[in-house]
Ligand binder design. Structure first.
Ligand SMILES: [Zn+2]
Length: 210
């Protein structure tokens, strides 16, 4: 089954994708991980996108599409995957429909004010990069990473004030994609405001149990 997960940064989309991948065995394909993988393995598309990445640019959407599709083809994932971070534009959604039409497109819906709250509750391990949340996923001992024992910190750009000062991060840049799937009656919007476990139950019901 081909599944597309959509949501704002901080919606918990990545966490849900990992959980769904563990349950179903479908590969979790995040667009960032695909680009890194293609670059690391020196594929033709990887080498082309590397030029942009090295300059700190995203790269043209057509090339990103080629990289993602090349990866799906190369890894033989065509029959099933969980896509996270792609498509980001209507062009990419159209191409995806042509090549690998998704069976389920799920939006994890979380209001902006809750996103501020969530990101400001986030703690990051200075040692291994593990991410915790003061309420939803607290470490066993306060301020200490469960995995490696290093100190947990709040990233300076994760405090509420810094987040509110960057309104553009809340602009859901995939809104036209969401609208496109909604207009085509192909969008399943689920409530992403409860705990990760609760959201996951809804996600499972909306995808593999449907
Ligand atoms: Zn750690």
């Amino acid at each position: 089954m081909r599944i597309v997960l959509l949501g704002k940064p901080g919606s918990g989309k990545g966490t849900q994708a990992v959980m769904l991948s563990e349950k179903t065995g479908l590969p979790h394909l995040s667009s960032g991980a695909i680009l890194r993988d293609e670059i690391r393995e020196r594929t033709p598309f990887g080498l082309r996108i590397e030029e942009y990445v090295l300059r700190g640019e995203i790269g043209p959407q057509e090339l990103i599409t080629d990289v993602v599709f090349g990866h799906i083809e190369r890894k033989r994932y065509a029959s099933g995957f969980i896509l996270d971070g792609f498509p980001r534009t209507v062009y990419q959604a159209e191409k995806l429909d042509e090549q690998y039409r998704p069976a389920r497109c799920v939006l994890i819906d979380v209001p902006d004010d809750l996103i501020v709250d969530r990101i400001s509750q986030r703690l990051t391990c200075a040692g291994c990069g593990a991410i915790y949340h003061r309420a939803f996923r607290p470490p066993s001992a306060p301020g200490v990473c469960d995995s490696c024992g290093a100190e947990l910190r709040q990233r300076s750009d994760d405090n509420a004030e810094a987040i509110r000062n960057r309104p553009e991060i809340f602009r859901n840049d995939v809104q036209p994609v969401v609208d496109r799937y909604r207009d085509a009656n192909h969008l399943i919007a689920i409530d992403g405001t409860s705990s990760p476990g609760e959201v996951y139950k809804t996600l499972e019901a909306a995808t593999i149990s449907r």
